[in-house]
Design a protein around this ligand. Structure first.
Ligand code: 25A
Ligand code: L14
Length: 349
């Protein structure tokens, strides 16, 4: 077989670890939508998914339980079953000859592992040693939007507050929001007489509530999600001088994360200049027309590929400040789509 062109057209054997989860299911959809050249699809999950099957390109394929022989003959393995699973099985997949695109936080800050958002730093993919990390969902949508502004005016500081949907926490938590919402509305007339009746008895009460904690608490009163946004932004942008501070909040939205973002730049950028730069940015769609009450909302971003930006305006409290509202589907651009985009670049190389 001749190398080069012929090989580029070849189909690849692809495994999805965590295929029955919220992100895994989205991966199947995106591979199909983008006509990814799949020879064999190998759906993998834990023993909890024993007996389940997934539909792919009109075929039912039985899910197999992840084990150390799962990656024989696999060229690309997409992982989305949590950090513990990736820690143990990604090196096994690499040893079997696969390239791993990992959705979990486990390898992201490893200096030997590229952390990639194709619109921002696709050139890093070729440096991989078997594993490429997919960033955190909130970070991905923010850097897609901010990269062109950083290139033009150098961002010195970012202040971000997130409004993260429940789907980010997995398939089970989506069901939890459904159940909690039904339960609250069942007795709404009673509840409306005394809001105190609606006190939470659960650790993660999503419905009609906001939770200012995503992932565990780490140092200095920050959550791990907030630290991920800080460190991953610097790594992806390739600039440790960017200061980032974040507050990450869970909101009772099924799908798509939203972010209020304030930036301070070295060079002055007017709102119109920012709008012009963003209108040419890959992966970005501007929805910003206050006269027609148009702005991005998670309800309309869910199921879409783009990072939506609106409410673009100057922050008059500092000389070089801008405010934005950034919304994107966390299961697609925030996870599955970004991973498949990386895989597409891999097979071209
Ligand atoms: O550690 P991290 O990086 O922070 O990631 C933690 C979690 O975040 C999600 C994903 O959850 C992950 O587990 N996630 C990861 N990356 C993400 C990203 N970039 C992300 N979310 C957004 N953006 P999830 O629910 O989407 O996916 C979970 C999948 O992982 C499989 N899995 C779990 N442990 C496994 C494993 N696979 C192999 N080996 C393991 N040890 C999991 O499959 C699912 O596919 P499953 O078999 O465990 O679950 C199948 C069905 O069973 C239900 N279920 C899940 N847990 C239980 C359960 N039922 C009963 N009891 C349970 N304890 C689910 O409804 C599921 O559909
Ligand atoms: O680090 O919304 O990718 O719960 C993905 C899911 C972080 C948390 C990651 C969520 C996780 C996120």
């Amino acid at each position: 077989m001749t190398a080069g062109k012929v090989e580029r057209m070849e189909k690849v054997n692809i495994a999805i670890v965590g295929v029955t989860g919220a992100v895994g299911q989205e991966m199947l959809r995106i591979l199909k939508e983008r006509k990814f050249p799949v020879a064999e699809l190998r759906p993998l999950a834990s023993e909890r998914s024993q007996g389940r099957s997934v539909r792919f390109n009109g075929k039912e394929i039985l899910v197999t339980i992840l084990n150390k022989d799962s990656f024989r003959g696999i060229q690309i393995a997409l992982f989305s079953a949590g950090a513990v699973v990736s820690k143990e099985y990604a090196p096994i997949a690499v040893k079997s000859g696969a390239v791993v695109v990992d959705n979990t936080s486990h390898f992201r800050m490893d200096p030997d592992v590229p952390l990639v958002v194709p619109e921002v730093n696709s050139h890093k993919i070729k440096e991989h040693k078997g594993i490429i990390a997919n960033p955190n969902c909130s970070t991905i949508q923010m850097v897609v939007a901010l990269k062109p502004l950083h290139d033009a005016a150098r961002i010195k500081r970012i202040i971000v507050s997130t409004y993260q949907s429940v789907s980010g926490a997995g398939a089970q938590k989506i069901q939890k929001l459904v159940d909690q919402s039904k339960e609250a509305l069942r007795d709404f007339s009673v509840l409306a007489q005394s809001w105190k009746r609606y006190r939470s008895k659960e650790a993660s009460h999503f419905a009609f509530n906001l939770i200012p904690q995503i992932d565990v608490f780490v140092e200095g009163g920050y959550t791990k999600e907030e630290i991920k946004m800080i460190k991953e932004t610097q790594k992806i942008m390739g600039d440790d001088a960017i200061k980032v501070t974040a507050t990450c909040v869970r909101v009772p939205v099924f799908c798509a994360h939203s972010e209020s973002v304030n930036i301070e730049t070295e060079k002055k950028l007017t709102a119109n200049e920012a709008r012009r730069l963003l209108s040419q940015a890959p992966g970005v769609k501007i929805i910003d027309d206050p006269t027609r009450l148009l702005y991005p909302m998670p309800i309309n971003a869910a199921g879409e590929d783009a990072v939506f930006i609106g409410r673009i305006r100057e922050d008059h409290t500092i000389p070089n400040g801008l405010n934005f509202w950034i919304v994107s589907d966390n299961l697609r651009k925030g996870a599955a789509l970004n991973a498949v985009q990386i895989a597409e670049i891999l097979i071209k190389q």
